[in-house]
Design a protein. Structure first.
Length: 500
């Protein structure tokens, strides 16, 4: 009942005309940016982060939530119509959505994706309302060893899941941890990696790191592989679903959140895994298995619902533990820190209006997403015809203006370019970007919790494993590290038996 009363208060905040306006702007901006190939929600939020400094925190986060969900739907649109995913979570939508579009059923594919996002977002946000306060109340009793263990789990899980190899994931994480070391040591006051430059004494702003790795790195990467012609979108009519389509999709819309939400809440790399799991599940349960690969509507509805619910799940660990599990959550955590707000167990007590206003705005944003994007789908496809040189030149310009607005220092632009080149190099050699961003944000906090735990135990390493919770987390970490080796050994044994 306390959660319900708090949520009703949150609706009072979210339904004010100003906040409704920010939610609508966020949904429209997010969808417009998400439609453009290669520009996902993380880049959208990172680019707009400096723009929101003049806003009240509640309005800014309501707009960010709208951008998050809008960009995810926009990524589905370009996947279905152009076979070019706007972000990694939209890859699965292209597998069935694009064949549907080529067969003249692009409208139905877009409608299945839109309703899937609505259903998944609604169910995921309801689970967020139910679970987040409970997780926050339990997290109050978590000490320094437990927090450090959770952060180690986040580092290992993200580097294990993302990228083409664990080595590349760890290399990306080390880049982020190194960038996070720049500045003054919080406990001793000594300078680290500042090269005698006073402007670096406060460290590198997380916003500059996020914009550099996402926006500059992506723009340079696309420029290096630029094609002069823009993609030609498949014409689409007004999205609608017939009775036969509804009979095939309603169960998929309900199953998706059951897969997507748990994966969003744990540090498992975002929506990529649950969307693929949802796709496999729908393929196994479908009575129209022969249509998969040729345009099965269940293969669009289920994964899109899972992706949207996963987005709601990421907010559980971000708001209650201060633990970002996706790139967007990492950028939003940076935004919280810019406003002097630290997500964690006490956030629900210290900033109840902001938190519950944000959660209530998710419900509002879902309705706006469905109401605005179903009729506007044909218009979004026209954005796909913007020539790539103009598009990415604009991104570089806004990224530079945003980075300069952070501190007003010319050095920030130099740092932005250097980090952008690092982002370009990471893409060139297949290093995932998310571990680096999480390393920058969580690295200093992990170092602080490690030092606190060692101080409490008088320097004894056993102080890191002196609670049941931390021991449990480290067991999970060992399982994550050992699982590929066990899997490899088992497969070798199976092959030997088959050969004999």
């Amino acid at each position: 009942m306390d959660s319900l009363n708090s949520l009703l208060d949150g609706f009072g905040t979210a339904l004010t005309p100003v906040n409704l306006l920010w939610a609508a702007i966020g949904v429209l901006l997010g969808t417009a940016i998400g439609v453009l190939p290669g520009i996902g929600p993380a880049m959208a939020v990172a680019l707009l982060l400096p723009v929101t400094y003049g806003l009240e925190p509640t309005g800014a986060f309501i707009m960010f939530a709208g951008i998050y969900y809008g960009a995810m739907f926009g990524g589905s649109t370009t996947s279905i119509l152009l076979n070019t995913p706007g972000e990694s979570a939209s890859v699965v939508a292209a597998m069935e959505g694009n064949p549907m579009a080529k067969a003249g059923r692009g409208a139905q594919a877009l409608a299945a994706a839109a309703v899937g996002h609505f259903a998944g977002g609604m169910i995921g946000t309801i689970l967020l309302v139910v679970l987040a306060p409970t997780v926050a109340s339990l997290a109050v009793d978590i000490g320094a060893p437990d927090y450090f263990a959770i952060m180690v789990l986040a580092f290992i899980a993200v580097t294990s899941v993302l990228g083409s190899s664990r080595i590349r994931g760890l290399a990306s994480l080390l880049i982020g941890l190194t960038l996070g070391l720049v500045g003054l040591d919080q406990m001793t006051g000594q300078q680290r990696l500042t090269f005698g430059t006073l402007q670096l004494a406060d460290g590198i702003d997380v916003v500059i790191v996020a914009v550099g790795l996402f926006a500059i790195g992506e723009a340079l990467w696309v420029a290096a592989h630029l094609r002069r012609s823009s993609g030609e979108a498949i014409p689409v009519g007004r999205p609608w679903l017939g009775k036969a389509d509804l009979r095939r999709t309603w169960k998929s819309w309900l199953r998706g959140p059951l897969i997507g939400f748990p994966f969003g809440a744990i540090p498992a790399g975002g929506a990529e895994i649950p969307t693929f799991l949802s796709y496999v599940t729908e393929k196994r349960l479908s009575r129209h298995r022969h249509e998969f690969g040729k345009g099965a509507i269940e293969g669009v509805a289920g994964p899109e619902s899972a992706a949207s619910a996963s987005a709601a799940g990421t907010l559980v660990s971000m708001l209650t533990l201060g633990l970002p599990t996706t790139a967007v959550a990492a950028v939003m955590l940076a935004a919280f820190q810019q406003y002097g707000i630290q997500p964690g167990p006490l956030l629900f007590e210290r900033e109840p209006d902001l938190v519950w206003g944000l959660i209530a705005s998710l419900f509002v944003g879902m309705v706006l997403l469905l109401a605005l994007n179903l009729p506007l789908a044909p218009i979004w496809t026209k954005l796909l015809r913007i020539p790539r040189p103009y598009l990415y030149a604009g991104i570089l310009f806004f990224a530079a203006v945003g980075a300069y607005a952070v501190g007003g220092e010319a050095l920030d632009l130099v740092i932005l370019l250097i980090i952008g080149l690092i982002g370009f190099g990471m893409r060139r050699y297949g290093l995932p970007v998310l571990p680096a961003v999480i390393g920058v944000i969580l690295g200093p906090a992990a170092e602080q919790q490690l030092r606190r735990a060692l101080q409490i135990s008088d320097g004894s390493v056993t102080g890191l494993v002196d609670t049941p919770f931390s021991v449990t987390v480290y067991v999970v970490v060992l399982l994550l590290l050992a699982w590929p080796l066990v899997k490899k050994a088992v497969s070798k044994g199976v092959r030997k038996r088959a050969a004999s």
